[in-house]
Structures are given as structure tokens and as C-alpha cells.
Design a protein around this ligand. Structure first.
Ligand SMILES: [Zn+2]
Length: 256
């Protein structure tokens, strides 16, 4: 049975409940909490295909034209998706796909430049910057959608539905090989994003949500992630990065 995450009305901590229940006891404090209807965002989180998401949101807006969150989502969809010849493409997913592709070639300085430029262009674009700047709700919604797109990348690595995994070279793999490769993507994109000469709020945020999205797609993925990380730490690149960090720390101590 599907589960959803709700916040306790008493202590505020989150916990999982089964879909469809109307009341639940908080696992942290024991208080009884009324489980409300799913928000439009929660429903859309469970739908991956752009056209289905569009249709659902459209129907919802017809019934609830004043719903602020739904209206924001409609604006955000116009930023996330673009249409060519009756097809709908996912611009957020494409950004992440490009990150993964560049990260795999990150030993070339040019590819790191490409990552940097694409992120900069993406976030500085008027539509994106304007949407985020209008309110905290819009900002939260933006990152939520970005996280949904990155999750889609990891989810599609295991269940290809006409969608993305054929691009990602993952579709002939099964079981452990898929999650191992996906975990490696989390580490290498993180390494590439965080090693950019110009670190920004976006690079740190993207790295953080990538890890979260991977673990949402693969609930048992933590050990795979840890294995990929320790493999990287033992690589030449990982050793250099650690030596650099230690040197920086030593320099800081000397300065004091
Ligand atoms: Zn509680």
C-alpha cells in the first residue's frame, strides 16, 4: 500500500501513514492527528508523466480556480516543461541529465565549464529568477519540482516507461547494477558540482536534493551510496580533494 508523509499537529515531526486513512497516532509523541486531504502537490508528486500532470492540474484548477498553490504550479509548469511538435519535454529533467553527463567527463576542464555555464544560464534566466523571487511559497515549490525531476531521473533508472533510461544507458542493467550505477551518479554529480570554481547556493542545493531524490527512489540505497562515496574517496581524485581540504584547514589554523 502506498504511504504518505504527514506532520504531527502536536509536535510537528513528520511520519508515514498509509494512504486513505483519516486519523493517525504520531510515532514520535503519540498524539492523534487528523490526516487531511492530499494537497495538489502531493498528488502531482506521484504522477511522473508531464501530460498526466498537466491534465490533473487543469481539472483541479477548473474546480478550484482560486487555489494559490495550484496557480503557482501552473506557472511553474510553464517554466519546467516546453512543447515541441505535440511532445512535452521536461526542462528540469534535462538540466539534471546534462549535469550527470558532464560529471562523467569532469576530468576535462571544458566539461566543468559547461556545467558551470549551464547552471548559471538556467538560474539567471528571467522566468526562473522571477518565479523564485515572488514569494517563499514559490521558492519552496520551485525546489520541490526540481527535486521531483531529479527523482524522476533515478526512478526511471529502474522502471523505464518510454521515458528516459534509454538515454542513460541503464536499461539493460538489473537489480544491484542499476542502483550501484545510480549511487555513483549521485556521488559524481556532487563531486563535479561542488568542485566548480565558483560555488553557488544552487550547486550545494542541487547536490543535497540529488541525494534525497536518490534515497526516495531507492529506499534501501544508503549502503550503495556509502559504497560509491568510499570508492570515490579512495580514488586519486578523492585523495587529492581530501589533501586539498586538509591543506586549507591547516592554512586557516596557521592564520589564526
Ligand atoms: Zn507528534
Amino acid at each position: 500500500m502506498a504511504e504518505r508523509t504527514i506532520s504531527c499537529g502536536f509536535c510537528g515531526k513528520t511520519f508515514q501513514v498509509e494512504d486513505g486513512v483519516s486519523k493517525a497516532f504520531c510515532v514520535h509523541c503519540g498524539a492523534e492527528t487528523i490526516v487531511g486531504e492530499k494537497t495538489i502537490q502531493e498528488v502531482l508528486d506521484e504522477i511522473y508523466e508531464p501530460k498526466k500532470r498537466y491534465n490533473y492540474l487543469e481539472e483541479y484548477l477548473e474546480k478550484n480556480p482560486e487555489d494559490e498553490q495550484a496557480n503557482l504550479l501552473a506557472d511553474l509548469f510553464e517554466i519546467r516543461y516546453f512543447h515541441r511538435k505535440k511532445e512535452t519535454f521536461d526542462g528540469f529533467l534535462r538540466l539534471w541529465f546534462d549535469m550527470v553527463t558532464y560529471a562523467r567527463k569532469r576530468d576535462k576542464a571544458k566539461e566543468l565549464m559547461n556545467i558551470r555555464n549551464e547552471i548559471k544560464d538556467f538560474f539567471e534566466e528571467e522566468k526562473v529568477a522571477g518565479f523564485r523571487a515572488q514569494s517563499q511559497q514559490a521558492e519552496d515549490l520551485f525546489w520541490h519540482e526540481m527535486s521531483n525531476a531529479i527523482e524522476l531521473y533515478y526512478v526511471s533508472s529502474k522502471t523505464d516507461r518510454q521515458y528516459t533510461s534509454s538515454f542513460f544507458n541503464l536499461f539493460r542493467m538489473k537489480g544491484d547494477a542499476v542502483v550501484t550505477k545510480a549511487a555513483k551518479d549521485v556521488v559524481t554529480t556532487g563531486v563535479a558540482l561542488l568542485s566548480l570554481c565558483e560555488k553557488t547556493e544552487y550547486t550545494e542545493k542541487l547536490t543535497e536534493i540529488s541525494r534525497g531524490a536518490f534515497l526516495k527512489a531507492y529506499p534501501d540505497g544508503l549502503s550503495y551510496y556509502n559504497a560509491a562515496l568510499s570508492e570515490w574517496l579512495q580514488s586519486d581524485e578523492g585523495k587529492r580533494a581530501q589533501a586539498g581540504a586538509e591543506a586549507a584547514e591547516a592554512a586557516e589554523i596557521t592564520e589564526e
